[in-house]
Design a protein around this ligand. Structure first.
Ligand code: NAG
Ligand code: NAG
Ligand code: NAG
Ligand code: NAG
Ligand code: NAG
Length: 265
């Protein structure tokens, strides 16, 4: 018996990131848009603003001429129709972002001086479907297994009411995380399996009575049947062995008798 619950995969929007002197991290969920803000005073007098990623130019703003150019055909077209710049503020917007857009983005501002600042954009994949199944080989208690694929920084936790019971995470991508939970039958606490990444989470609450039926109702009859089949098979094997043995003894003694008979004349 296998109980399976599919969690809905929701993509919650969450965004953070402020401009400063160091590399600023900006986290975003795939499918969302991210705008890299450049709130610095030098922009007001800047005449040229360049945006680069991986050493290649993706946008160029000529502020004096109030003109901008987007170079989105490189990178296998992954930026095609996804880039927008604001001619005045210099902000770069990446729309409908994907995990392929994870990386460093550099803005180079030319006024009297040339300044540059770097953003580290981290794109989190939507939390994937996760499921809970019951370990049907366990009968004395109910053992549930919650599992999910690690897309990026995914962790899996079991909660009893609001307290954390156990959690797990791995660094390797596309590895399936599995976390068991053992409960007694008739346990009335609320348990939940929580899947999260640094931006979002999804929670599945469990009703133990619904998912943990005592084995006698479902499993023991199966094991009973198996035992009966095993008994019948071993009995048959036993009978067959005895039969072969008896036949063997009988035919051997017959052969001896024939040998003796052929010697005597
Ligand atoms: C820049 O050009 C756009 C149209 O191309 C115009 O609407 C806008 O007012 C201009 N801004 C400045 C500051 O010249
Ligand atoms: C920015 O420049 C582009 C092309 O140079 C122009 O088409 C666009 O209208 C400008 N946008 C604004 C908000 O000034
Ligand atoms: C967002 O990008 C995906 C592919 O990465 C595409 O399938 C989808 O249609 C795009 N959505 C919008 C609203 O542009
Ligand atoms: C488990 O949860 C604790 C407390 O929230 C956290 O400090 C720890 O990093 C987590 N471990 C894993 C493997 O997710
Ligand atoms: C899940 O996310 C919600 C809202 O973002 C937050 O209030 C809640 O504490 C999170 N739960 C866990 C277990 O991380």
């Amino acid at each position: 018996m296998f109980l399976m619950f599919v969690f809905l995969s929701f993509c919650f929007t969450s965004l953070n990131g402020v401009f400063g002197d160091e590399v600023k991290s900006v986290s975003v969920t795939e499918g969302d848009s991210v705008t890299l803000h450049t709130h610095i005073t030098e922009l007001l007098s800047a005449h040229l603003i360049l945006w680069k990623t991986q050493g290649s130019l993706i946008a160029r703003i000529n502020r004096e001429a109030n003109k901008s150019s987007i170079y989105d055909e490189d990178f296998d077209g992954r930026f095609r129709d996804r880039l927008q710049v604001n001619n005045q503020t210099g902000d770069l917007t990446i729309t409908n972002i994907t995990t392929q857009h994870t990386g460093l983005y550099e803005i180079i501002i030319t006024s009297k001086l040339t300044l540059s600042h770097t953003f580290n954009v981290i794109v989190y994949a939507c939390l994937p479907l996760s499921d809970i199944s019951r370990d049907s080989s366990q009968c004395s208690s109910c053992v549930l297994l919650c599992s999910v694929l690690n897309v990026r920084d995914v962790s899996l936790s079991w909660y009893k009411e609001n307290s954390l019971l156990s959690n797990i995470s791995v660094s390797d991508l596309n590895i399936r995380l599995s976390l068991p939970l053992e409960v007694e039958y008739q346990d009335t606490n609320t348990y939940s399996c929580v899947v999260n990444n640094p931006l979002t989470n999804q929670t599945q609450h469990l009703n133990i009575n619904d998912v943990c039926q005592p084995c006698s109702d479902f499993f023991c009859c199966c094991y009973g049947l198996e035992a009966v089949i095993q008994l019948v098979i071993s009995t048959l094997v036993g009978v067959a062995t005895v039969t072969v043995l008896v036949y063997d003894i009988y035919s051997n003694s017959g052969g001896d008798a024939q040998k003796k008979r052929s010697k005597t004349p």
